[in-house]
Write a protein that binds this ligand. Structure first.
Ligand code: G3P
Length: 226
């Protein structure tokens, strides 16, 4: 499973990119607004920090302007994936951009029917919003299962299932069980994935017992201060 980070906060991106576990970034107009940064500047900086796909969303809603915006965003960096909403104009834009060899992430997906159309339009990624479906009382993860099942039935579909609107670790785990290709994860959720009290407790116990031996793996002059 590929892990993208769902943020436009460059400090968070730099910090998490150092783990070597970050395969890409997703942004959207709300996340860019939250960053308080110039759109083009922050996207360029993110693309320099993370070599994997970086999603940048168009803000036009009509085909002609979406297409122009998509081409403008694709010129920012080789690893830009243009994000378009799952509307008929977004699908037309996805088809035109993907025919031009530009990666497209079709976002705001809430049904399997929408996901089929995105795959037919040549999307590189489909972004079903599991958290927002959960918010309505629906089962967002059920949509992931449906899309994975449908896509697996059609080898010609090259679209990767990019689980979005992830709200907790359970969304990542259950999506992984279903074989989703990517999860785009808020920084706090990624950090919650590696934290476990028993790990902390066990490590403390190991180190306490090791300290009693009076031994050290590195000599004093070899050890760097933490
Ligand atoms: O990538 C989509 C994501 O940012 C939406 O998340 O929590 O606003 O539904 P959320």
């Amino acid at each position: 499973m590929k892990f993208f980070i769902d943020t436009a906060d460059i400090a968070e991106i730099r910090d998490l990119a150092e783990t070597g576990l970050v395969d890409g970034i997703t942004t959207n107009p709300s996340l860019v607004a939250k960053s308080g940064r110039d759109f083009f500047e922050v996207l360029k900086e993110i693309c320099e920090v993370v070599p994997g796909p970086v999603s940048a969303e168009v803000t036009a809603t009509d085909f002609e302007n979406m297409l122009s915006e998509g081409h403008a965003l694709a010129k920012l960096a080789d690893n830009i994936a243009v994000k378009v909403p799952l509307t008929v104009d977004g699908l037309k834009t996805c088809k035109a951009l993907s025919d031009d060899g530009i990666k497209v992430n079709v976002t705001l997906c809430f049904s399997a029917a929408q996901a089929i159309l995105a795959a037919k339009a040549g999307a590189a990624f489909i972004s079903p919003f599991v958290g927002r479906l959960d918010d309505t009382g629906a089962d967002g993860l059920q949509l992931i299962a449906e899309i994975v099942e449908i896509y697996n039935a059609y080898p010609e579909f090259q679209t990767e299932v990019l689980v979005a609107s992830v709200r907790h670790v359970g969304h990542v785990i259950e999506s992984a069980k279903m074989g989703a290709d990517v999860a785009t994860i808020p920084p706090a959720v990624l950090r919650a994935m590696y934290k476990h009290p028993l790990t902390d407790k066990g490590l403390d116990a190991f180190l306490a017992d090791w300290a009693k031996t009076g031994q050290s793996i590195l000599g004093k002059d070899e050890r760097r201060s933490a």
